[in-house]
Write a protein that binds this ligand. Structure first.
Ligand code: AMP
Length: 287
């Protein structure tokens, strides 16, 4: 696997490959890699001649400095995992390489997608995401880019950005990879205690029950039920729960046939926030 640290090195790498004749699959990550990330690499490998991952902890998408400072860094293990997955190259730029001297977000209009859920609780987050994904797309110039449904709002926002800016890249959503107990894999899980990690299985359990309940109960009844599951919970607080239309990400009060919806949830412990979501009107067990 080739390790690339600068745009210049990437250019030379592409020259060697004569990339015009190759499809390039791209997986953008912030490192602290786990099997969820690797499932994206595997998807890319199936569909492209070259697969490139990036590892870059993007400073502009963190609304809290302590969250940025505490973001796990496991570069040696990351390189080992990527190598094992037969990823062709990994781009690991410095902050200066991506932002030059101006570590700031551009302002984006994502037609309101940015104001829902994570946007409401993490101010400026999606401007940071838009800025870095746009910059990485311009540098890596992928044919296909793979994003996890784990961050479903981010996936829809990246799709919107590509469409609005007429960028020449296909954005492909990949299913959420889960631990055996159903907990969605996340780099942040490393910061949970063993007890919290076990108990966090409640998130997927609740989401699965929501999909069942959605067949016969109203959205308002389901939402009230979810609230009771976290009321007085010894470890977790509920930040938000909602059932939303997948295209607008706006809450709905009614589930209509022939439309796609997802249930979205965010919970937090003392120091870690966890997010998850599940399609509520697909018959698939793992969404
Ligand atoms: P991150 O390193 O957290 O920025 O994630 C990089 C990419 O991996 C994003 O597209 C995430 O949505 C995706 N990802 C993270 N966790 C998972 C997971 N458990 N299953 C599938 N994709 C994931």
């Amino acid at each position: 696997m080739t390790v690339l640290k600068t745009k210049e090195e990437l250019k030379i790498y592409y020259k060697d490959f004569n990339s015009k004749n190759h499809t390039i699959g791209f997986v953008a990550t912030m490192g602290a890699l786990h099997e969820g990330h690797i499932s994206l690499i595997e998807e890319s490998k199936k569909e492209n001649e070259i697969t490139i991952a990036s590892i870059f902890v993007n400073p502009t998408q963190f609304d809290k400095k302590e969250d940025l400072d505490n973001y796990p860094k496991t570069i040696e293990e990351d390189l080992h995992l990527l190598e094992k997955a037969k990823c062709d190259a990994v781009f690991i730029p410095s902050v200066e390489e991506v932002y030059k001297n101006n570590i700031a977000s551009s302002h984006f209009d994502f037609d309101g997608l940015e104001n829902e859920m994570e946007g409401e609780f993490r101010i400026g987050h999606f401007n940071g995401v838009g800025t870095v994904v746009k910059a990485l797309f311009e540098i890596v110039m992928p044919t296909n880019a793979y994003f996890g449904e784990k961050d479903f709002q981010q996936l829809q926002i990246v799709r919107k950005m590509v469409k609005k800016n007429k960028m020449d890249v296909s954005v492909i959503g990949c299913p959420i990879y889960r631990e055996e107990n159903g907990l969605a894999m996340s780099s942040r899980n490393m910061r949970l205690t063993l007890e919290e990690r076990k108990a966090a299985a409640i998130v997927y359990k609740v989401l699965k029950s929501v999909t069942q309940k959605s067949k016969s109960q109203s959205v308002i009844t389901i939402s009230a039920w979810v609230t009771t599951q976290f009321k007085d919970h010894p470890l977790f607080d509920l930040e938000y729960f909602k059932i939303a239309d997948v295209d607008t990400l706006k809450s709905v009060s009614e589930i209509l046939p022939n439309k796609q919806y997802r249930a979205f949830i965010a919970i937090y412990t003392n120091s870690v926030r966890l997010i998850d979501n599940l399609s509520i009107n697909s018959e698939l067990l793992f969404g």
